[in-house]
Design a protein around this ligand. Structure first.
Ligand SMILES: C[S@@+](CC[C@H](N)C(=O)[O-])C[C@H]1O[C@@H](n2cnc3c(N)ncnc32)[C@H](O)[C@@H]1O
Length: 260
């Protein structure tokens, strides 16, 4: 699901919340194979260009990083409880899911967190994380690297200021994504948030991608799955300024419904 693998034929993408919350057996996500996905990613070079599907040397990485930092700033302005944690003296721990070689941690999370844990099941990518963080002089921000898939990640309860999932949750079947998000909801501290930044299809349909055995979801599918996971959507924005012809990329900031 790096952006290059998809074409954007119609960028009208402001879908409303899905009315059905049923998970269907013949839905595109039923074709996902976790082993095929790992085989695919293991054959990809452990570089920015590799994790971004050949877009590493375009304006995409810089635009993406700028957009993510801007989105975090805008969420901090709009969500006072989240901002309070960010200003406080408590350790601001982040978690980067489907982290690849640590690009997002290196360029985004290290700028705002004290420590970052990373979850990445593809071993050559996970092994590259330390190299990338030390090159950028942010190795002191490195927490634990969990070499597992999201579906097998059971984070400690109330341990993260925020959890960031980018260009990776399409690797999970709907049911596993809902369960994973429920565990994330328990893993953030009071006032903490879950961020999801992913491609959206240009229609209301999800699409299976056999290249990396993933699904690209519509905005309405995401909203429905977030709802099923007990997450409230607080802020959402489309990433601006991406190269033409790609799927829209949308960021979501989410908080557990039971937050008091
Ligand atoms: C398109 S890359 C994005 C990497 C990183 N988030 C970034 O934006 O630079 C997708 C990443 O998801 C990882 N991935 C694949 N299956 C996964 C799973 N089940 N759980 C967690 N990560 C997975 C891949 O190994 C790869 O690092």
């Amino acid at each position: 699901m790096p952006p290059d693998q998809h074409q954007n034929n119609n960028s009208s993408n402001n879908g409303s919340a899905a009315t059905s919350t049923a998970i269907l057996d013949d839905a595109p996500d039923s074709a996902i194979s976790y082993t095929d996905a790992i085989d695919y990613w293991t054959g990809v070079p452990a570089t920015v260009d590799g994790v971004l599907g050949g877009f590493g040397n375009t304006s995409l990485p810089r635009t993406d990083v700028r957009g993510s930092l801007q989105f975090i700033r805008s969420v901090r302005r709009k969500v006072p409880a989240f901002d309070e944690i960010g200003k406080g003296t408590a350790l601001k721990r982040g978690c980067d899911i489907g982290a690849g070689i640590g690009r997002v941690t290196r360029d985004v999370l290290a700028q705002v967190c004290d420590k970052v844990d990373l979850v990445e099941p593809v071993l050559p990518f996970a092994d590259q994380i330390e190299v990338e963080l030390s090159r950028a002089n942010v190795l002191d921000k490195l927490g634990t690297i969990y070499r597992v898939g999201m579906q097998d990640f059971y984070p400690e309860k109330k341990s993260y200021w925020f959890i960031w999932c980018q260009w990776c949750v399409g690797q999970l079947k709907d049911e596993d994504l809902v369960k994973f998000l429920m565990r994330c909801a328990e893993a953030v501290v009071d006032g903490g948030l879950i961020f999801v930044k992913e491609n959206n299809t240009s229609t209301d349909e999800d699409e299976f991608d056999s290249t990396d055995s993933s699904v690209t979801r519509s905005d309405s599918s995401f909203r429905s799955l977030f709802h099923m996971a007990g997450l409230e959507l607080l802020v959402t924005e489309i990433q601006q300024g991406l190269p033409a012809g790609l799927y829209p990329v949308r960021s979501y900031a989410l908080r557990p419904f039971n937050y008091s």
